[in-house]
Design a protein around this ligand. Structure first.
Ligand code: AMP
Ligand code: ZN
Length: 109
């Protein structure tokens, strides 16, 4: 698939609206459009990587960036506990073929 048809690349390139909660040079995070928890944020590398199955050694810093960003956002959202989920491949429940971490939690729990 061409990256121009990728919904998350469109969000990254400001071609589709989203509720951005964090952004830096390498990572963006925005609210999931169909939240499955009171806080449901997608943490996404700006580099188009199809899935965790497609990361290379050169992406190791990016993986750290994604996880530490998720941690930072969880703290900002007052989540004392939370879940991180990565779906990989259709049979793993992945619908959008651009690597992302689901950050889910409830600040009132
Ligand atoms: P996955 O099944 O892991 O590929 O998850 C993809 C997620 O992206 C789902 O939870 C969708 O609700 C979410 N999603 C799809 N399109 C958008 C969008 N335009 N803005 C925000 N979230 C989206
Ligand atoms: Zn993409």
């Amino acid at each position: 698939m061409d990256t121009k048809d990728c919904i998350f690349c469109k969000i990254i390139n400001n071609q589709t609206p989203s509720e951005i909660v964090y952004e830096d040079e390498k990572v963006i995070a925005f609210n999931d459009i169909y939240p499955k928890a009171p806080v449901h944020i997608l943490v996404v590398p700006k580099k188009h990587i199809i899935s965790l199955d497609h990361i290379e050694l050169e992406d190791k810093d990016l993986v750290w960036n994604l996880i530490s960003t998720a941690k930072k956002i969880a703290k900002d959202k007052n989540l004392s506990g939370y879940k991180l989920l990565i779906n990989i491949g259709r049979k793993g429940g992945q619908i959008v073929d651009h690597l992302h971490i689901h950050l889910m939690g409830d600040p009132n729990r």
